[in-house]
Write a protein that binds this ligand. Structure first.
Ligand code: ADP
Ligand code: MG
Length: 727
């Protein structure tokens, strides 16, 4: 195959020749054990340990075992300079007074380190025998470690020791990498320094053999150093500037290839997976649109519907995520998409993560569906066997058009006549395997529409859901008043209670939400019940009525209590976060969140979204103790400041990093070792752009100039066989 064509990166064009396929050897892929004999320093047992503890198997794995920080080894401290907030430091002093203290198994070894300014205790809890055998009392050492305050005095636990010699010091004057370790590694005395030595030997060994993964043109355009240099410098930077260059190159490496993979996957999804085309817009849709639409759609809703329409008209499976803040009106969009399916003789289903939510959706959709004469059913875990049989039959015969439910939908007995569209609410609660089961419910996979009320920043969305198409409903239905949020300390509870009373007098309803965290479940239930009892005292019957809903209630009781609140038979709903998602009671205008400091930002935002759904002014009151961590304070301030879910998501991402963000469970797939989606979001966007430009010009990466990129991607594919689909 020979091919010549113009190619543009930025400007100008190059004429390139292409030769494929190729065979290549990827050095980074080589198992460490093959290099074994060349390393005196690393016996097989250690290799096994590295694999077990750090997942390091190949040369590439070891090279990508990056230091998590660096210590400026040019700086020496005096003992009397030790203070709080010091990172790892180094001291020079004489060691003496080595003593074994305590009794087994709680023994520890201590030693005194003294310099001209004072003395400090060094202490070991593990590997005592080894230290005892090797440490020389009376000798001068360079001591390296993190000073810790214990019972009012400073000590350094598990310091690194090196006999002091002025010549050696000169050699070591640079940034010293610190590698993450584990207990097992420490016990085997494989610590930071051992990594350092091993990696430098490895780099020695592979000099000139690490495949460059970027074309020179791209490297030069972005001033990126060669990959091999980057590995060398990240593990042994001569200066902070070196470090920066290495970091940039390696971050780029991760993000650029990640984006390339995602874009390729997205393309495969779009081109290779056949789906049912919904050819026409028919009677159901038109009837509903003309005669039964309960309100004018917002511009954003119309736009998203058009995007969905364009997708489902193709004989290709749709995989679309609708992102929209709570209350932005995703349900009606989902329903109208279902009508598109039904108009083309397909069935639709909606999966929700909890029974309450499934029930809510069912209640909401029931009226819409019956308005146009469609049959809709609900299937959850608590539907009795005998009630299931007619349901199953109606699905099989096609008599039932829409099925709403929980995971119960996935069961094998649930068979559709012709399932064409699956709507998934709050997708992050469904696993990949579960979604795969849904796919198997028809000869071709049904179109998939995922609704997420967890707004995530664009950069993260395009990375996490790189293989999904994303629609955003970024406009709230008109007439909504922004929710007023305040932060109140426990001490002022009486004011809050008085406020609740006023609101109830105005005919409004109130939520009071308590945290329920698994680790402190007993205590949390106690708080919930105490709070409930306190509120019942303050709001006595018969004037007031309270509901309570929590995870320990049987489903039927939960539903009963919810319904009482929905029907306005109760004024206050006391609950745990079971009401977090989706519950819709427009008359509820106050959301009190107890111990708000214990909730994450996205959860707070979700909870707040339960109010502000009607025409009345709504309020969210965040109750906290007086003492707050800085982070908790930021969370409260952010909530008070803004109602914008996307802004909140940005802050959340900054505070917690992407790993903990709701909706990002799949981030394990990203396998990022040095780049950080939130901090490096600009670089990420840039990589995305560049990656799509490259693929646009050369979809198969068959141009000679892209050979290194092609090779690296092949390597990644081999390494991540199970990368598969993340949607
Ligand atoms: P969410 O996106 O959180 O799922 P819902 O679909 O539950 O939001 O909609 C929230 C509320 O707003 C519902 O009561 C719904 O009927 C109403 N709603 C949705 N779209 C509009 C609109 N275009 N105009 C007025 N009200 C709307
Ligand atoms: Mg909803």
């Amino acid at each position: 195959m020979n091919q010549t064509r113009d190619f543009h990166y930025l400007s100008g064009s190059m004429v390139l020749t292409c030769k494929r396929p190729i065979k290549f050897f990827y050095f980074c892929h080589m198992p460490l054990s093959i290099l074994l004999d060349t390393f005196q320093a690393i016996p097989p047992k250690r290799i096994a340990l590295l694999k077990k503890e750090c997942g390091i198997e190949t040369v590439g794995d070891l090279l990508q075992y990056y230091p998590f920080r660096y210590v400026d080894r040019t700086r020496f401290y005096k003992i009397n300079e030790i203070s709080e907030d010091l990172p790892y430091i180094q001291l020079i002093g004489k060691i003496d007074n080595i003593r074994l203290q305590g009794v087994k198994p709680k023994q520890r070894l201590t030693a005194r380190l003294s310099d001209s300014s004072g003395s400090i205790e060094l202490v070991w809890f593990q590997g005592i025998k080894y230290v005892q055998e090797n440490i020389r009392s009376g000798a001068e050492y360079v001591v390296f470690g993190k000073p810790t305050l214990f019972q009012q005095s400073w000590n350094i636990p598990h310091p690194e020791l090196e006999l002091y010699s002025p010549e050696k010091l000169k050699l070591a004057q640079r940034l010293q990498p610190v590698y993450p370790g584990t207990d097992a590694l420490r016990r085997a005395r494989f610590e930071s320094k051992a990594f350092s030595i091993l990696i430098s030997q490895l780099l020695q060994k592979c000099r000139g053999q690490i495949n460059e993964t970027l074309p020179d043109e791209i490297r030069q355009m972005l001033h990126l150093i060669p990959l091999e240099d980057a590995f060398r410098l990240i593990h042994a930077p001569g200066s902070p500037e070196d470090l920066q260059k290495a970091e940039l190159r390696l971050k780029f490496e991760e993000l650029f290839f990640l984006q390339l993979r995602l874009l390729q996957l997205n393309k495969i999804n779009k081109s290779a997976i056949k789906g049912f085309p919904f050819i026409k817009i028919g009677n159901y849709f038109n009837d509903f649109y003309k005669n039964h639409l309960p309100f004018e759609l917002t511009g954003a809703q119309k736009r998203v519907l058009k995007e969905i329409r364009a997708d489902v008209a193709q004989p290709i499976q749709m995989n679309r995520l609708i992102q929209g803040d709570v209350g932005s009106g995703k349900t009606i969009v989902a329903f109208m998409s279902m009508l598109m399916a039904i108009d083309n003789d397909y069935q639709a289903c909606l999966m929700a993560p909890t029974e309450i939510l499934a029930q809510q959706h069912y209640n909401g959709l029931k009226d819409l569906a019956s308005a146009v004469g469609l049959n809709i059913g609900i299937l959850t875990g608590s539907v009795k066997k005998k009630d299931r049989r007619p349901l199953h039959a109606a699905l099989k015969s096609g008599e039932m058009h829409i099925l709403v439910g929980t995971h119960a939908l996935l069961e094998d007995e649930v068979q559709f006549k012709n399932l064409g569209l699956v709507v998934i609410d709050e997708q992050h609660r469904f696993g990949v395997a579960q979604r795969a089961r849904l796919w198997a419910k028809n000869t071709l996979p049904p179109h998939v529409l995922i609704m997420s009320a967890t707004p995530i920043p664009r950069t993260l969305a395009m990375t996490l859901y790189g293989d999904l198409d994303i629609s955003v409903i970024d406009e709230l239905p008109p007439g909504r008043k922004p929710i007023k949020t305040t932060h109140v300390f426990e001490q002022d509870r009486h004011r809050v209670l008085a406020f609740i009373k006023d609101q109830i007098a105005l005919g409004r309803q109130v939520y009071v939400v308590y945290p329920l965290i698994e680790e402190s479940e007993q205590m949390d239930y106690k708080n919930l019940m105490d709070g409930f009892n306190h509120l019942t005292d303050y709001f006595p019957t018969p004037k007031y009525h309270l509901s309570i809903v929590h995870g320990r209630l049987p489903a039927a009781d939960k539903e009963f209590e919810m319904q009482r609140f929905v029907k306005h038979q109760t004024n206050i709903m006391v609950a745990t976060t079971v009401i977090e998602v989706g519950v819709n009671v427009p008359n509820a205008s106050v959301m009190i969140i107890e111990s708000a400091e214990r909730f994450g930002l996205s959860q707070l935002h979700q909870l707040r979204g339960r109010v502000g759904r009607g025409a009345d002014q709504s309020y969210c009151i965040l109750m906290t103790g007086f003492k707050l961590s800085r982070e908790a304070r930021t969370r409260m301030e952010t909530m008070v400041e803004t109602n914008d879910g996307f802004k909140i998501a940005e802050v959340d991402l900054m505070l917690r990093g992407p790993g903990d963000l709701q909706g990002t469970q799949q981030s394990g797939n990203l396998d990022l070792k040095i780049a950080d989606i939130s901090r490096d979001s600009q670089l990420l966007s840039y990589c995305r752009e560049l990656a799509s430009r490259v693929l646009e010009n050369d979809p198969e990466l068959s141009l000679e100039i892209h050979r290194p990129i092609f090779e690296k991607l092949e390597f990644l594919k081999q390494k991540q066989q199970n990368w598969g689909r993340i949607s």
